[in-house]
Design a protein around this ligand. Structure first.
Ligand code: BES
Ligand code: MN
Ligand code: ZN
Length: 498
């Protein structure tokens, strides 16, 4: 799908040849002029055919004065990014037909917020995305070319570029998360990372079982034991910033399938545990976006990838393992495997002398109960980093919500046989999981995003959302623009004890 940005005058709007023109009409629009678009909107409003309310649509065929086959008017409320996204999503449902291959997205009537341009592009891509890798019979996306029309192209060029890169990243993440586990093994994820490593600014290293053993990642190794698929520890370096500048480190949970292990999960909906590498997919997707946008910042992606399977060799409830940090862990529930692979990855991340470390994980069912599918769970012992990530989520319309990390929540992790257990009780499960991770992030400017509720959708719309690529990309861009943004190395004084 090809996006192009164009400055469109009123006469150019009518002259645009397209299978459909999607015109966003904000509430504040006053159709004063006598150009065909104003006349069309005015008549539609007068006849009551274009009702007020974000996402209300009217399809017009052979609209007088227009070259385009269809003109779709859609109400865009205040023209805010959120209402624009809602409006475009509604309108796209009407033009998602094989005969619409070339689309004009007319944003001229909007207030001119660059973020609305990004929101419109995102909604356009989201509505037309089709997964085909293991479903060749699925009709590939019909939409080929989208002309984004605005008043002044120069004012929104940067947002347009970010929008395009974000779509690349989101679709990359969707592709990998949607693939079933037999088409997205740890080795295949590593190959995808290596392919990204062909970019001149990206270098990919892949470690196998022997090297991971040499690093003494006892917790990660314990999870991988039950599978015949060999684990992979993937490290990607994006060098966009000054040599030696502290990198943003993104750590993605890469469980390519989570059966629960010996603490096996029930059969119903277990297929959805192919999405348990959604964190890893979001890191890969963010790198795909970085390759395109090439911001001036250093970023390292770290992905521990393996399957969690039951087997004669599998780790057993009660087994005690030694993590890379030296801390011992009693594995009371083998289904709490995400934190086991992440804890060693966090210890590894500390070696990179990071600007900040953000882990992204489909970590707990409890987070789905707490926040549903709207906001990801955000945990951080650092206020500055939490604020930076929260704001990035708001900007990118990929929101998260901060959760507490009081030390009392760690009580349940105590063990008689190891430095800690890997589970506490059922209460506050998303928080106790975060408290576990925090024990491996001491002295690190660390944050954790629990994306269990936001990374994919269930039911008839089953599939990856590509989240939180928009949030991560925005955060990285914010750091590039001002390294103080959630720059814990600079702002040590803001450190809080939680
Ligand atoms: N991958 C799951 C978390 C999950 C569950 C995500 C459901 C999305 C939907 C994770 O590995 C897991 O199994 N967590 C357990 C932890 C428990 C054993 C403490 C959970 O949430 O039930
Ligand atoms: Mn699990
Ligand atoms: Zn899991």
């Amino acid at each position: 799908m090809d996006f192009e940005l164009k400055t469109l005058s009123p006469t150019m709007i009518t002259g645009l040849t397209a299978d459909a023109l999607l015109v966003l009409v904000p509430d504040a629009f006053v159709p004063a002029k006598s150009d065909p678009l104003s006349v069309l909107v005015a008549s539609a409003e007068r006849l009551g055919d274009l009702e007020p309310g974000v996402g209300k649509t009217l399809v017009c065929y052979r609209a007088p004065g227009f070259k385009a086959t269809r003109v779709v008017l859609v109400r865009a409320g205040s023209g805010s990014p959120a209402s624009v996204r809602k409006a475009v999503t509604a309108a796209m449902a009407l033009v998602k037909v094989p005969s619409v291959r070339k689309l004009g997205l007319v944003l001229n009537l909007l207030p001119g917020d660059g973020r609305a341009v990004r929101a419109a592009m995102h909604a356009c891509a989201d509505a037309t995305y089709v997964y085909t890798t293991t479903k060749p019979s699925a009709k590939a996306r019909a939409l080929q070319r989208i002309t984004v029309g605005v008043d002044k192209m120069a004012a929104v060029q940067r947002d347009f570029d970010i929008g395009k890169a974000q779509i690349t990243g989101v679709e990359f993440a969707k592709e990998w998360a949607n693939r079933p586990a037999n088409h997205a093994t740890p080795s295949m994820l590593a190959e995808a990372a290596k392919k990204l490593g062909r970019h001149p600014k990206i270098k990919t290293e892949v470690l196998g079982p022997k090297q991971v053993e040499a690093l003494a990642m006892g917790a990660f190794l314990a999870v991988a034991r039950g599978s015949v698929e060999p684990l992979r520890f993937i490290v990607m370096h994006y060098a966009g910033g000054a040599k030696g500048a502290a990198p943003v480190v993104l750590v993605g949970k890469g469980i390519t399938f989570d059966t629960g292990g010996i603490s096996i999960k029930p059969a119903a909906e277990m297929d959805e545990m192919k999405f348990d590498m959604g964190g890893a997919a979001s890191v890969l997707g963010t790198f795909a976006a970085l390759a395109e946008l090439q911001p001036g910042v250093n970023v390292v992606g770290v992905i521990p990838a393996c399957e969690n399977m039951p087997d004669g060799q599998a780790v057993k409830p009660g087994d005690v393992v030694t993590s890379m940090s030296g801390q011992t862990i009693e594995i009371l529930n083998t289904d709490a495997e995400g934190r086991l692979i992440l804890c060693d990855a966090l210890t590894y991340a500390a070696r990179l002398k990071p600007h900040s470390v953000v882990d992204i994980a489909t970590l707990t069912g409890a987070c789905v109960i707490a926040l549903g599918g709207v906001r990801s769970g955000l945990f951080s012992s650092r206020d500055d980093l939490a604020v930076a990530l929260h704001n990035a989520g708001e900007t990118a319309l990929d929101p998260c919500w901060r959760m507490p990390l009081d030390d009392e929540y760690a009580e349940g992790l105590k063990s008689n046989f190891a430095d800690m257990g890997n589970v506490a009780g059922r209460a506050g499960g998303a928080i106790t999981a975060a408290k576990f991770l925090q024990k491996f992030a001491t002295d690190l400017p660390w944050a954790h995003l629990d994306i269990a509720g936001t990374a994919w959708k269930s039911g008839t719309a089953k599939g990856s959302t590509g989240r939180p690529v928009p949030l991560l990309l925005q955060y990285v861009l914010d750091v590039a623009a001002s390294p103080q943004s959630g720059a814990p190395n600079v702002a040590k004084s803001v450190r809080t004890k939680r």
